[in-house]
Design a protein around this ligand. Structure first.
Ligand code: SAM
Length: 228
């Protein structure tokens, strides 16, 4: 349960330098959050594409979050630049901008992210919780949407994707009905230059790859955080 977890009391209490040592002096905080990141495929895919954007995965399972942490550590070592330190300073080594925490994102998101600090929030292939008595366990719900709107800056994007049609309808309708989000099409996001993100959302995660192997369908739904 959550009792064994230590949570920061507020975003100010998080020492991001431990997560992103190469950015320690920058005073930056994460801008992308992958909720239920699983084995970290999205973070690993996006890290080199947006080397200046700090990204954080949140994963509730101990072994899985540890696996992601080890995976990032290994990538940081193996991709260290061989060239001069001056070059390393202007071009930070790859994967310095990604990290992960073991956390229950349904309870503690605002402990990690300050108001309006995120530009992207990802919900990729979340657990479907099929039975209706378990729907309250779903990661998208009216209460949680208020928290997601709080941590996202106006203009920020919520990306959702699933292979479960019923869950797609659920996430889509809840987000559509929430006053601080408006639907934004895949085409518009691609026109805005977010094509690489959309591609990663479709194909980079372990769950997404599994759906492909099984020839399953994927439903994408994206929303923009708007000003009231
Ligand atoms: N997004 C990954 C992908 O596409 O491969 C993982 C998808 S997996 C079906 C759902 C993940 O969400 C699991 O790793 C699970 O442990 C995690 N999870 C479920 N509830 C969570 C919560 N409240 N906070 C953080 N992670 C959670």
């Amino acid at each position: 349960s959550d009792h064994s977890l230590d949570y920061p009391t507020s975003p100010d209490a998080v020492d991001w330098a431990i997560h992103y040592p190469a950015f320690a002096s920058s005073g930056r905080a994460p801008e992308f959050a992958d909720v239920g990141c699983g084995f970290g495929g999205l973070l690993i895919a996006l890290a080199p594409l947006y080397p200046d954007v700090l990204m954080l995965g949140l994963e509730i399972r101990v072994q899985v979050s540890q696996y992601v942490q080890d995976r990032i550590a290994a990538l940081r070592v193996s991709s260290q630049p061989q060239s001069s330190p001056d070059i390393a300073e202007t071009h930070p080594a790859p994967y310095q901008n990604v990290s992960v925490v073991r956390a229950n994102a349904m309870k503690f998101l605002p402990n990690y992210f300050a108001k309006h600090s995120l530009s992207a929030l990802f919900f990729l292939f979340p657990d479907p919780h099929f039975k209706s008595r378990k729907h309250k366990a779903r990661i998208i719900s009216p209460t949680l949407l208020a928290e997601y709107a709080y941590v996202l800056r106006p203009g920020g994007i919520v990306y959702t994707i699933t292979d479960v049609h019923d869950l797609h309808l659920w996430m889509d309708s809840h987000l559509k009905n929430f006053p601080l989000f408006e639907p934004v099409s895949e085409q518009v996001l691609r026109e805005e230059g977010k094509g690489p993100i959309i591609d990663a959302v479709y194909t980079s995660t372990e769950e997404g790859k599994k759906v492909e192997r099984n020839n399953g369908q994927k439903w994408l739904a994206c929303f923009r955080r708007i000003e009231p």
